[in-house]
Design a protein around this ligand. Structure first.
Ligand SMILES: Cc1cc2nc3c(=O)[nH]c(=O)nc-3n(C[C@H](O)[C@H](O)[C@H](O)COP(=O)(O)OP(=O)(O)OC[C@H]3O[C@@H](n4cnc5c(N)ncnc54)[C@H](O)[C@@H]3O)c2cc1C
Length: 412
């Protein structure tokens, strides 16, 4: 007899789990609290849905579930994901390895899921929040305010706590906790950092190439290079997003957290000294404002000048050696003391989640027979670049097939 499966949460992981379970012969029902499925997908990749990346390795992921990734991606990785969408009719475009639907529309991904779910006769209950999951005999009872039902297996794909306006507000962790699972502390990730200094308003709106180094309690944690965006409260942009989960965990433990910014990441110390000396020889008669023009964005030049205690109208050749050295160093090492991250409402993902020591390689719960997990609800978070949706699709596939009783092996 066909297995009856409930998928709780109709996001990226839930839709993929439902498709794969139904393809494996299960009778599948999705419960989604929003009035439609897949709401978050529409806002991914600035509306273009960066669903995966050609460069895929373990260094792109964090969390206790990291160790599961090789096994899960061996079953359903980037090439299987591409083929899945191509078989549904989607053309794919790669931009520096970042994969998108060629339509340029995230809605393409959602539409293709909707058509396939309909084709497979998956039942979709929208506007139904699951409030309880109870093991019962050989099955599991799912409770919603409107009713619910009894199932052979349940796949929990409620997402994390990021972007709660799309439906994921941490409710899934409450359900998992009630069933005996433990949650690794959750923090906002892929988000901007708030900083202590008071001068950010002066440079808000500036975007520039920079190298960032994150220090926690004086030790280097990681480095990132890319387009830095300065905001009126601190720092943002992709390199900041990439380091934000480390900063968030450090701040959670009340550790001293600093980011140093190099606005001139291409120079090593020696070439930088030469660059500066040549400039001094050539332009020492200029005002400092003119002397600095052309190094980086003017607002940054003026800020660093101010921080070095030098006036814009002073003549370059007249500046004391120590003040000039201070200015020179600021270009390569401006300190930003981090006081917080942006909240979950402005984060792309949450780091933390269900402890993956409590799930098997096929994403079945080690605690409740018949319960499976997939997506952001698990303690796995990826860097920017399509890694989080890839995790949702890979884990959704593995959980969906396993819940349906199918051995997880992709046909090659
Ligand atoms: C602005 C933004 C841009 C992003 N861009 C990218 C990108 O370009 N590339 C990338 O890889 N990742 C991106 N991400 C991250 C990515 O979207 C998520 O990691 C991914 O969607 C997680 O999928 P999920 O299915 O686990 O959770 P979700 O997509 O959050 O889905 C969970 C679903 O469960 C429902 N739900 C929750 N609780 C219940 C309940 N009790 N009962 C019923 N339903 C429930 C929710 O309403 C929701 O629909 C972005 C995120 C944001 C916020």
């Amino acid at each position: 007899m066909n297995r009856k499966i409930a998928v709780i949460g109709g996001g990226a992981a839930g839709m993929m789990a439902a498709v794969q379970a139904a393809r494996a012969g299960a009778l599948v029902t999705i419960y989604e609290r929003n009035d439609r499925i897949g709401k978050k997908i529409l806002s991914t990749g600035n509306g273009k849905c960066n669903f995966s990346n050609e460069k895929m390795d373990l260094s792109c992921y964090y969390g206790s579930g990291r160790k599961l990734i090789p096994v899960i991606y061996e079953t359903f990785g980037v090439s299987e994901t591409k083929r899945f969408f191509q078989n549904l009719g989607m053309r794919i475009k790669a931009v520096n390895g970042y994969l998108y639907p060629a339509s340029g529309q995230a809605s393409t991904v959602l539409d293709l899921f909707r058509y396939e779910l309909a084709e497979l006769s998956v039942m979709i209950h929208t506007g139904q929040q699951v409030t309880g999951i109870t093991p019962s005999g050989n099955g599991i009872i799912v409770k919603t305010e409107q009713g619910g039902g009894q199932y052979d297996a349940v796949i929990l794909t409620c997402g994390g706590a990021a972007a709660p306006d799309t439906g994921s507000d941490g409710a899934g962790w409450k359900l998992a906790r009630q069933l005996g699972h433990h949650i690794i502390p959750v923090v906002p990730a892929l988000t901007a950092l708030r900083c202590k200094e008071t001068y950010y308003k002066q440079v808000a709106g500036v975007r520039c190439d920079a190298k960032l180094t994150l220090y926690v309690e004086g030790g280097i944690v990681c480095e990132e290079r890319g387009e830095l965006q300065l905001t009126d409260y601190g720092i943002s942009g992709i390199p900041v997003f990439q380091i934000s989960r480390h900063a968030a965990y450090a701040l959670r433990e009340q550790k001293h957290t600093i980011v140093t910014i190099s606005f001139l990441p291409d120079y090593d110390q020696q070439t930088y000294e030469m660059f500066w000396q040549e400039r001094l020889q050539r332009q020492s008669g200029q005002t400092m404002e003119a002397f600095l023009t052309g190094i980086v964005n003017k607002k940054i030049n003026l800020l660093l000048l101010h921080l070095a205690g030098i006036k814009a109208a002073e003549t370059a050749g007249m500046i004391s050696e120590s003040a000039m050295r201070k200015l020179q160093n600021l270009y390569r090492c401006l300190e930003a003391e981090v006081t917080g991250t942006n909240p979950f409402a402005k984060a792309q993902v949450s780091a933390g989640g269900i402890d993956c020591a409590e799930v098997m390689e096929n994403l079945a719960s080690r605690i409740i027979p018949g319960l499976y997990f997939a997506g952001e609800i698990l303690d796995v978070d990826g860097i920017c670049g399509g890694y989080n949706l890839q995790w949702a699709f890979s884990s959704g596939t593995v959980a969906g097939r396993a819940a349906a009783g199918q051995v997880n092996r992709e046909k090659r």
